[in-house]
Every structure is written in structure tokens, then in C-alpha cells.
Design a protein around this ligand. Sequence first.
Ligand SMILES: [Zn+2]
Length: 294
Amino acid sequence: MSQETSLRFIFEDTDIRGDFVRLDESYREILRVHDYPERVADLLGEFLIASVLLSGTIKYKGRFVLQIRSQGKIPLLMVEATHDKKIRGIARLAEEGATGPDISADDDFSMLFAKGTLVVTVDPIDGEQYQSVVPLVGNSLETCLAHYFAQSEQLETSVKLAANGVNAAGFLLQQLPVQEVPDKKSRAAQWDHHLILGQTVKPDELLSLEGQVLLQRLYGEETIRLMKTEDVIFQCSCSAQRTAGALVVLDPAELEDLFDDLGTISMHCEFCQTEYDFSRETLAELVRDGGTTH
Ligand SMILES: [Zn+2]
């Protein structure tokens, strides 16, 4: 049985919703195409979960991208989730000697991402992309996101995240616009109550329990309406067409020189490690097709 799901729910008679996400195989697949130190694999898991949870808070179709750029041992960590729950992610490690930087299990978040910024991008299929950039605060992705929500969200939002290189899981609580509970004090009290209960969850509970079991354990007294479950899969959005698109923005003369020197040009997708080879003819063909399909 696949437990690869996002489980959405609402607490009855409140304006609070939740989403529980757990990744097993999709997370392991992403790790299989890379060779990351353990600590990086854990962080990547937390980021992937966060991207799935946050993509669920957005109303329209498109891509949600979460990345940290830094001057630390991990200059870039980037994950994406689409509205239909396809995920991908990478980490770029600083060059340090032949085997890359030495990253150990207890390396500090703020050190790995020294002088980092968190970049949140929403890229709708129809519509303008928008981006928020916030400095890193605290010593975990959870705290960074709490800071981000405090700055940008009108509605109270909280996430819990856990990952161990095999599974990744997390859950989100978010206030809904006023509907059931118009009274400000009651609304705030309800939020605090649900938040406090949610904060008691331990990483190993998140990682090992199924969504419904976990909800029962955390919120046994509350009436919960389950909304829907959705599968999450690892699927890279790269294609020969898109990669060709990246090549043709090069200076035509430069491109000609490359073909003269190499015969075929190889392009490599960092996310899924797929190799795309283009000859002059295949590139021209893809560009021609691209012109008619878009
Ligand atoms: Zn790819």
C-alpha cells in the first residue's frame, strides 16, 4: 500500500484547516539520483514536504518553488511542487576538496546556509510569477517558515516537518477566512488550542504514523472532516523541448561553434540526471515543433 499522500482536513465548527503529507518512495527516488550526505538528504526531505504543504495553500495551477541560496556549505537547495503534486528537488554543495564539502549530521542549519536567504516563488501557469525573499531566521526550516508566514500571510499558518533520509512527513495548520467563528477572541482561542496540540507532535510520530492515526492521537477530542487525499509523485518537469529552449537562447554563432566542435551538444538535467543530446538537426526540429505547439 502506498502511503504517498497528502491528506487534507478541516476541524468542524472552526475556521482551521490542515494538511498532512507523507513521502516515502518519491523522496527515496529523488535521493537515489543524487549522492547527498545524510544531513543534506534530511534537509531535502523537509524542504520537499514544506513545498507540498505550501503548494496546497495556493489557489491556482502552477509551480511552487522553495529555495535557499547561501554562502555556506550548501549554496543552493531548491525544491518544487506542482498543483497536481509532482515534486522534484536538488541540493548544490560547495566545492571543497575532491569529495565535496565535509557535512556532518550535527552541522548547524545556520552554518550550512550561512548568509542565506529563503526565496519563495509562485509560478502560475496562467499569470504572473511572484517571489518573496526573506532572510533566514532561526536554526531550522520550520522557524524560517514561521518568520516568512508572520511577514507575508494574513492567515495564521504553521508547519511541522520531519525527514530521515527514508521517509519525510509534515503537517500544516492554517486559519481560514472568517466563516464559522466571527468572534475575534474565540477565533484566536481556537487557533491557539489547535496549534498547541499540533506542536506536541514528535518527529518519529510524524514519520511513522499514518495521517488518520496521527490526527486521532493529536486531536482525539475534535471532530475532523477529511477532505481529500492526493498522491504525491516524483516527476521531473524537464523535457527535450524545454532543454532545447534553453539552448536556443544562446548566441547563434556560439551555438554553431559548439556544433562544429562537438557534433552533438549534451545537456544534463540536475534534478533527474537525464541526459539530452542534440544534433543540429534534432535541435532545429524541436525548435520548429515548439513554435507550433506553444
Ligand atoms: Zn529532469
